[in-house]
Design a protein around this ligand. Structure first.
Ligand code: TMP
Length: 213
């Protein structure tokens, strides 16, 4: 699964990190640089993937086994990659994805306790050698994030988890960033939006200047 042409950029972060507005901002920066951008999300991004998302986030299957959860994430991802992400990259389109496999390591790995090695088996099986080229991790203290997210719509199955779960997820993401500092760039999502966007802009301009795309 060798990618040609487009670059694969992902955005990750905990609850209330401001993913939606910042994703739109990243897209606008890339488009201003003349890139054709496909924006998509996980779990989801295809009709089948969106149905799997409903199973994962809805409350119909509250007692879902951790392994089922992980496998459903990767089932949605397999479909997403083959039907949408890889064809786009091959045609030279840049793909901007709201969450990807780092979320499986953070939520199912650090959060639920599934080992890295098991997740890596699925990652290699489903993705071959495809990995994001650049990942922005919107990081902020769990308390701040939950406060910000608190006044939104009814919580999904993940949002109902306890504080301790989100702390493990945050640490999981920070561990990934520490082990892959070139790919994963930490954005401090605590300050006001303009300051967050200034950091994002810096990282994206830097990436555009260094990538030959
Ligand atoms: P969100 O994209 O709207 O934040 O919701 C997706 C939820 O799914 C979020 O709580 C994180 C979770 N998730 C995982 O647990 N593992 C994954 O691999 C992905 C992509 C998402």
């Amino acid at each position: 699964m060798k990618q040609q042409g487009g670059r694969f950029i992902t955005v990750e972060g905990g609850e209330g990190a401001g993913k939606s507005s910042n994703l739109a901002f990243v897209q606008s920066l890339l488009e201003a640089a003349g890139k054709k951008v496909l924006f998509t999300r996980e779990p989801g991004g295809t009709p089948l993937g969106e149905s799997i998302r409903e199973l994962l986030l809805g409350h119909k299957h509250t007692g879902m086994a951790d392994e089922t959860e992980l496998l459903l994430m990767f089932a949605a991802r397999a479909e997403h990659l083959r039907r949408k992400i890889l064809p786009a990259l091959e045609s030279g389109t840049w793909v901007l994805c709201d969450r990807f496999t780092d979320a499986s390591y953070a939520y199912q790995g650090a959060g639920r306790g599934i080992t890295r090695d098991r997740i890596a088996i699925l990652e290699n099986y489903v993705q071959g050698d495809l990995r994001p080229d650049l990942t922005l991790l919107l990081d902020l203290p769990v308390e701040t994030g939950l406060e910000r997210a608190g006044n939104r719509s009814a919580p999904d199955r993940f949002e109902k988890e306890a504080m301790d779960f989100f702390k493990k997820v945050r640490q999981g993401y920070l561990d990934i960033a520490a082990s892959e500092p070139d790919r994963v760039r930490i954005i401090d999502a605590s300050p006001a939006l303009e300051q967050v966007q200034a950091q994002i802009s810096h990282v994206i301009q830097d990436y555009l200047a260094s990538s030959d795309g």
